[in-house]
Design a protein around this ligand. Structure first.
Ligand SMILES: *Cc1c(COP(=O)(O)O)cnc(C)c1O
Length: 379
């Protein structure tokens, strides 16, 4: 089945009572039993709910996993996955991962006895050198946030396999429309569905997708035990959003390509980070593992010519806001905003500067977006 068809149809038609085309919302905490031990497959909404199950079936089909847990937020998904490990076990991850994930690992789990190595994951020898006897998980984010560095999924996942460690890919930035980590034998894929999967900036959510049945069972157990599942209302919104994932991703990308080229030739811009530009240094890898470039880009503003605040204030269509993946364009400064919790040392190690601007390119008309950037860059 084509991915457009899957996103419109999978899991959706569950109303056999009235044949409603759209999945009903089941706002119930509990479900009655016909007799002891006999119900219709659901007993309590923390452990399972038909609306959420429809979304889970849809996301699992798009990623190509055996099952999915829809969670309250992306960080709820990340947190639940870390419960696959015990204190004393070790995780290898990138030094430029999502700021909230970095904070959970560094400021919450590390003090509890979990061990982390934050390395430059583009450098396979650095990943290999970080392996310890107790390494139990390799956490990959590609392309990275915000500098769009690409991690070689095939190579890193096969290393993880060799050392009998779980491989997890945060696929938020490209979505299953442009990247399928299970094709590279990842064990688990996670998403902040807040971003492209929902795509309309009107809900927070997350997803864990499992590569095999054993992980699926353990994951569902953890999500229920921890109580981090998504509410039926929110699941319904994400299910509405996901149906247009393909057309939205194409529109985001078409605009991002035009804006990346525009910025690259602008005198107030020092450097542009975007996988769709020839100047991106990882061309071979991009071709090998990505089906598209996505809608996120970053650039270095020459702040001697135009100050950050001046630039942000003048923009009309790009709201100054964290988050990404919605139909409207957003800009932000990772050093001061989304990634500030990493502190100056962590920020510098990841290559973020005070002049880095991150752009989530929306699906507005490209000519309006470029005209807006043009006037804001006049200083
Ligand atoms: C936003 C984001 C998260 C966290 O998701 P929330 O829904 O904000 O909790 C995790 N990973 C990446 C790559 C993200 O962009």
């Amino acid at each position: 089945m084509n991915i457009y068809t899957k996103s419109v149809h999978t899991g959706v038609s569950i109303d056999k009572t009235f044949n409603s085309v759209i999945t009903p919302i089941y706002p119930t905490s509990t479900f009655f039993f016909d007799e002891i031990g006999k119900n219709k497959g659901y007993d309590y909404t923390r452990s399972g709910n038909p609306t959420r199950a429809a979304l889970e079936a849809n996301i699992a089909a798009l990623e190509g996993g055996v099952g999915c847990s829809a969670t309250a937020t992306g960080m709820a998904a990340v947190s639940a996955v870390l419960f696959f490990l015990k204190p004393g076990e070790h995780v290898i991850t990138g030094n430029d991962i999502y700021g909230g994930t970095w904070r959970l690992f560094n400021s919450v789990l590390k003090p509890m006895g979990y061990e982390f190595s934050f390395v430059n994951m583009r450098d396979l020898s650095a990943v290999r050198a970080a392996v310890r006897k107790n390494t139990k998980m390799v956490w990959i984010e590609t392309p990275s946030n915000p500098l769009l560095n690409i991690v070689d999924m095939g190579a890193v996942i096969s290393l993880a396999r060799k050392i009998k460690s779980l491989s997890v890919v945060d696929n938020t930035f490209l979505s299953p429309y442009f990247q399928k980590p299970f094709e590279f034998k990842a064990d688990i894929v996670v998403h902040s569905t807040t971003k492209y999967i929902n795509g309309h900036s009107d809900v927070v959510g997350g997803a864990i997708i499992y590569g095999n049945q054993q992980l699926h069972e353990r994951g569902r157990f953890l999500v229920n035990a921890l109580g981090v599942a998504q509410s039926p209302y929110d699941a319904w919104l994400v299910l509405r959003g996901i149906k247009t994932l393909g057309p939205r991703m194409e529109a985001h990308q078409a605009n991002a390509i035009k804006i990346a080229h525009f910025l690259e030739s602008h005198p107030c811009v020092k450097k542009v980070y975007y996988p769709g530009l020839k100047s991106h240094p990882q061309q071979a890898l991009i071709k090998e593992q990505m089906k598209g470039f996505g809608g996120m880009l970053a650039f270095e503003l020459k702040t001697k010519k135009v100050s950050l605040n001046q630039f942000f204030k003048k923009l009309k269509y790009f709201a100054l806001a964290e988050s990404l993946g919605g139909v409207e364009s957003l800009v932000e400064a990772p050093w001061f905003m989304s990634h500030a919790s990493m502190g100056p040392r962590g920020l510098r190690a990841s290559g973020i500067t005070k002049e880095t601007v991150r752009v989530s390119v929306g699906i507005e008309g490209a000519e309006d977006l470029i005209a807006d950037l043009t006037q804001a860059l006049k200083g």
